[in-house]
Design a protein around this ligand. Structure first.
Ligand code: B12
Length: 215
């Protein structure tokens, strides 16, 4: 029964059908399904498929954008229930996440946010085009363990370095760890700017965040 629902969820992401994805999320909650399971076995399977198809040139930009919108619509429905159960779950750590100033790419960042919260992190997603100071202010406000900074443009990558400096200026380093990512970002760039974490995808981002928390 839930297998059918998971397949429909996966397909709603592949088809980029936000309304369908949302309706299926409601259905899952009505049936008492674990929202985390719905995300991992349903929606994320769809996102992974779309990502792979995009990588080999079988799907295109509009497909990605629509898949991202559908994913967001589903997560919006499932999130309150995830948070409710999260209070019963041991949270692994607090992450402040955003895409740097001047950069409006949000799909990858949102995927990282979704995967982190699905894996038990408390995620504060600041969105896109986020001013440097806002990362540091939010980190202080919520007592963050990790700040994740996404950049998809070579011209905005330097913003990741600025965020590290802003955290240091506020006296939050080295307690608050920094994780960077985005298509042009490499491990050597992360090392150069003093970020403790780097990953080329959302699955790796979860592994990095766990490593930084020592779990
Ligand atoms: C979709 C897209 C857009 C969409 C964004 C829609 C949206 N709502 O996000 C739109 C159309 C708006 C757009 C606009 C532009 N784009 Co664009 N865009 C892309 C595209 C095709 C895909 C990006 C994407 O979503 N990928 C899918 C996700 C899942 O992957 P991802 O973002 O890389 O994220 C993964 C990892 O990087 C990692 N990750 C990401 N963030 C983080 C953070 C942390 C902490 C960690 C650990 C990991 C991590 O995990 C993610 C999940 O697996 C890329 C091409 C590409 N191959 O990357 C170009 C690309 C990034 N864009 C590019 C450009 C040039 C632009 C524009 C300047 C175009 C223009 N002339 O107007 C504008 C810039 C606007 C701005 N100011 O930001 C260039 C950048 C070149 C460069 N190196 O600087 C690229 C590489 C295309 C190209 N080959 O030329 N774009």
């Amino acid at each position: 029964m839930s297998e059918e629902l998971f397949n429909a969820m996966r397909q709603s992401i592949i088809d980029g059908e936000a309304e369908e994805a949302e309706a299926l999320a409601h259905q899952a909650l009505e049936q008492g399904l674990d929202p985390l399971e719905a995300i991992n076995q349903g929606y994320v399977a769809g996102v992974n498929y779309v990502g792979a198809q995009f990588g080999c040139g079988e799907m295109f930009l509009p497909d990605l954008v629509l898949a991202g919108e559908a994913m967001k619509a589903a997560v919006l429905v499932l999130e309150p229930e995830m948070q409710r159960r999260g209070t019963e779950r041991q949270m692994l750590g607090k992450v402040v996440l955003g895409t740097v100033k001047g950069d409006i790419h949000e799909i990858g960042k949102t995927l990282v946010a979704t995967m982190l919260s699905a894996s038990g992190f408390e995620v504060h997603d600041l969105g896109v085009d986020v001013p440097v100071a806002k990362f540091a202010e939010k980190a202080r406000e919520v007592n963050a363990d990790i700040v994740g900074v996404s950049a998809l443009l070579t011209t905005t990558m330097v913003g990741q370095k600025d965020v590290i400096e802003a955290l240091a200026d506020m006296g939050l380093r080295p307690n608050v760890k920094v994780m960077v990512g985005g298509a042009p970002v490499t491990r050597s760039w992360a090392e150069e700017i003093g970020a403790e974490g780097y990953s080329e995808d959302a699955i790796g981002a979860v592994a990095e965040a766990k490593r930084l928390m020592g779990v």
